[in-house]
Design a protein around this ligand. Structure first.
Ligand SMILES: Cc1ncc(COP(=O)(O)O)c(C=O)c1O
Length: 399
C-alpha cells in the first residue's frame, strides 16, 4: 500500500525539524551541546512545584483533573493580566487564551490565517519552528534582513507596497522583538513605533512572538508592540517555556476578540483545552510571587553564562568570526567567513563532540550558510569553554 499517496497536502509539506533532530545528538552524554533551546535544569523550581502541586490537588483536585475551558483557567489568565497591565498593555482576561505553549499558538495562527500561496513577512533570520508551522499551511515568506535595530520599517513598507501593487496583502508580519531567536538582537522602541506606524497605515497584522522577554541581563526593557498599537493589529504570543519550565507546555495568546474567537474554534479541533492541572499550578505560582523570584535567578545564571561564552569566543575563535551580543535571552548568532559552510562545519564539530544549529535553517531564503546559532543557557561555564575550544578548532581546520 502506498501510504504517501494518502497523506494530505499539508502532511506532505511537513518536515522533521532540524533543531529537534539536533536535539537527539545532544542526548548523547559525551556531546557538548549549544544546539537546542534548552533552559538550564537548575532554573526549574522543583521544591515550589512539588508543594504547589500538592496544594492544587488538595484544594481543587476534581477541577484540576477535569477538562477545562478552551480559553483557560481564570486564575492564570488574571495573573497574566496583572503582568501585562504593568507592561502598558490594555488587556482583560478576555484578551487571553491559554495554549499548549507557543508552538501550538503558531500552528493555530497558521491554521486560521494561511491559505496555500499566502504571504507572511518575517525577519531574516527567524524562528524555524514558526516558519515551519506556517509553511505547513502553504505560506510563502518574504524575509527582511535586519540592521542592528532589527527589521527595517522602511523595507517592511516597501515589501507591503510591492505586494499591494500585485493585489496582495501579507497575512501578517512575524516578529520576535526581544532577544530574537536565533540572532539574539532586540528591537529598540523607536523601531517598534515605526513598525506599528507601517502596520497601521497599511492595516496589516503583526504577530509578536516573545518567549524571552523576561530574561533581560542589561539595558532597559523596550515596550511591547502590543502596547504601542491602539487598533487591535498586534497578536502577542507568550510562553512559560523559557521563564518557568518547558515541560509544562503552557503558553498564551493575546489578541482582539475577533481573532480570539476564531483561535478558540481552532484550538477546539486541536486539543479542546490545555491541562487545567498545570494551569492551576502556574496560576498559583504566579499569585504567590514565586515567578518573579525565580526569574531573578534565571537572569543571574544566564547573564553569567553569556558573559562566559562571549569571553571564550574572544579568546578562542579565529579572526574573521563575528557574533551578536544579546542583552538577554538564550541565543546568539555567530557569523563565519563567507566560504565556511555551516553544514560541513557541523559534521566536523560533531566529530569533536560539540553541536550547534546551522544558521541557514532560520533563513527563509536559504541564505546564512556561514552562520551558526549558539545556545548559551544550557551548558555550565566550564563545559561551554571546552565546547568553544573544540568549535574553534573545527573552524580553524575549515579555514
Ligand atoms: C521564538 C519562539 N517562539 C516559539 C517557541 C516555542 O516555544 P514553546 O512551544 O516551548 O512555548 C520558541 C522556542 O524556542 C521560540 O524560540
Amino acid at each position: 500500500m502506498n501510504i504517501d499517496a494518502l497523506f494530505s497536502d499539508e502532511a506532505k509539506r511537513m518536515k522533521r525539524s532540524a533543531i529537534r533532530e539536533c536535539l537527539k545528538l545532544t542526548q548523547q552524554p559525551d556531546i557538548i551541546s549549544f544546539a537546542g533551546g534548552l533552559p538550564s535544569p537548575s532554573s526549574f523550581p522543583y521544591k515550589d512545584i512539588t508543594e504547589i502541586s500538592a496544594e492544587v490537588i488538595a484544594n481543587s483536585g476534581a477541577a484540576a483533573l477535569q477538562y477545562g475551558t478552551t480559553e483557560g483557567e481564570n486564575l492564570l489568565r488574571d495573573e497574566l493580566v496583572k503582568r501585562y497591565l504593568k507592561e502598558g498593555c490594555k488587556v482583560t482576561r478576555d484578551n487571553f487564551v491559554i495554549t499548549t505553549a507557543s508552538q501550538q499558538s503558531l500552528d493555530l495562527l497558521g491554521k486560521i490565517f494561511v491559505n496555500p500561496g499566502d504571504t507572511i513577512i518575517c525577519e531574516l533570520p527567524s524562528y524555524l519552528g514558526g516558519l515551519n508551522a506556517f509553511k505547513v499551511y502553504g505560506a510563502n515568506f518574504i524575509g527582511i534582513e535586519p540592521d542592528e535595530l532589527g527589521m527595517s520599517a522602511v523595507e517592511l513598507e516597501k515589501q507591503i507596497v510591492k505586494l499591494e501593487a500585485e493585489g496582495k496583502k501579507p497575512k501578517f508580519v512575524y516578529i520576535i522583538p526581544d532577544f530574537q531567536n536565533p540572532a539574539g538582537i532586540t528591537m529598540p522602541v523607536a523601531r517598534r513605533k515605526e513598525i506599528i506606524k507601517v502596520a497601521q497605515k497599511h492595516q496589516v497584522l503583526i504577530v509578536e512572538d516573545s518567549p524571552y522577554r523576561e530574561i533581560r541581563f542589561d539595558g532597559e526593557s523596550q515596550p511591547m508592540l502590543y502596547s504601542l498599537d491602539d487598533q487591535g493589529l498586534v497578536i502577542t504570543l507568550g510562553t512559560f517555556s523559557k521563564s518557568f519550565c518547558p515541560g509544562f507546555r503552557l503558553g498564551w495568546i493575546i489578541a482582539n476578540s475577533e481573532v480570539l474567537e476564531k483561535f478558540v474554534q481552532a484550538k477546539q479541533t486541536a486539543d479542546l483545552c490545555t491541562s487545567a492541572y498545570l494551569q492551576k499550578i502556574a496560576g498559583l505560582y504566579l499569585q504567590k510571587g514565586l515567578f518573579e523570584k525565580n526569574i531573578g535567578n534565571i537572569v543571574a545564571e544566564y547573564k553569567d553564562k553569556r558573559d562566559n561564552i562571549l569571553r571564550c569566543f574572544k579568546e578562542y575563535f579565529p579572526e574573521g568570526v563575528t557574533w551578536t551580543h544579546p542583552e538577554g535571552g538564550l541565543f546568539l548568532l555567530v557569523t563565519m567567513p563567507e566560504h565556511i559552510d555551516s553544514d560541513k562545519l557541523f559534521y566536523k564539530a560533531i566529530e569533536k563532540k560539540v553541536a550547534f544549529v546551522q544558521g541557514y535553517t532560520f533563513f527563509c531564503d536559504g541564505s546564512g550558510r556561514n552562520t551558526m546559532r549558539i545556545n548559551f543557557s544550557y551548558a555550565d561555564k566550564k563545559t561551554a569553554e571546552e565546547g568553544v575550544k573544540r568549535l574553534a578548532e573545527a573552524i580553524k581546520e575549515m579555514l
